[in-house]
Design a binder for this molecule. Structure first.
Ligand code: LER
Ligand code: MN
Length: 256
């Protein structure tokens, strides 16, 4: 489940101003880990965030960085050197927040909707060097959100060009349903480079309210011995409550 620290996100029922209370609700709902949506980590007291997570016994699985694209226009693939430099710095700040938690830093929309793939590779080469122990997960996004990297195969090409052990892939079932030939082959192709997973149904509703074959997705994840987190990144549909109730129905929906 996702909790925003600064700006609202369509994937969380919680207003940013209530993030501490939100962590309590996420934990009580039965989630073991949380993904924080953070626009600018320097605007938050990282100690306070760590204490709040520990207080609720919640693991920080991941940080989404895309809000800096939406709110501030940052992009790792921009032709404007200054915009790119600020995006790289922002990833560095996220890595600092992620490091003590072993959390994954996500590169989704922060890569830009239509920039240069070569510049993105150069930017990522700088990012991976900030801390080799912090994993960065490049997320294939569907064609309506970005022209750059729509499939796992395209993400793997970038991972290879960057050539760092701490760069891998985020597999989001909603995007994959639009772009991949099949879930199993995409997940197998990602293999040990799969660092993180987002779950949403075919319509981006809470899993179980669309028509994606989640038991097949889970079987493929098991095949590659995936050990990372599963984060529900879904719209507040059919109801916001459905997001909070997902842990109760996860076994049935995921076929466990
Ligand atoms: C981010 O994880 C993502 O999936 C994007 O579609 C957000 O808009
Ligand atoms: Mn996603």
């Amino acid at each position: 489940m996702i909790v925003p620290l600064q700006d609202p996100t369509p994937f969380s029922p919680f207003p940013p101003g209530e993030w501490q209370r939100a962590l309590g609700q996420v934990a009580r709902a039965g989630y073991q880990a949380v993904e924080l949506a953070v626009t600018d980590p320097r605007k938050r007291d990282l100690e306070e965030v760590a204490e709040a997570l520990a207080g609720e016994n919640l693991r920080l699985s991941s940080l989404t960085t895309g809000q800096a694209a939406g709110v501030e226009g940052l992009s790792l693939s921009s032709s404007e050197a200054e915009v790119r430099a600020r995006a790289i710095e922002r990833i560095r700040d996220h890595m600092r927040l992620a490091a003590p938690h072993g959390a994954v830093v996500i590169v989704g929309l922060l890569r830009g909707a239509a920039g240069s793939l070569d510049l993105l590779v150069e930017s990522l080469k700088e990012c991976v060097r900030f801390d080799a122990d912090v994993k960065i997960a490049l997320e294939p996004l569907n064609r309506y959100e970005s022209r750059l990297i729509n499939t796992v195969a395209e993400a793997l090409e970038v991972v290879e060009k960057v050539g760092a052990e701490n760069l891998g892939i985020l597999f989001d079932t909603f995007h994959a349903n639009i772009e991949e030939r099949g879930f199993r082959e995409a997940i197998r192709a990602a293999g040990d480079r799969l660092f993180h997973v987002h779950l949403a149904d075919s319509n981006r509703w809470v899993p179980g309210h669309g028509h994606l074959p989640f038991p097949g997705v889970m079987a493929a994840l098991e095949e590659i011995d995936y050990r990372g987190a599963l984060v529900v990144e879904a719209l507040l549909r059919p109801t916001p409550q459905a997001l909070l109730e997902f842990p109760k129905v996860a076994d049935r929906v995921l076929g466990w």
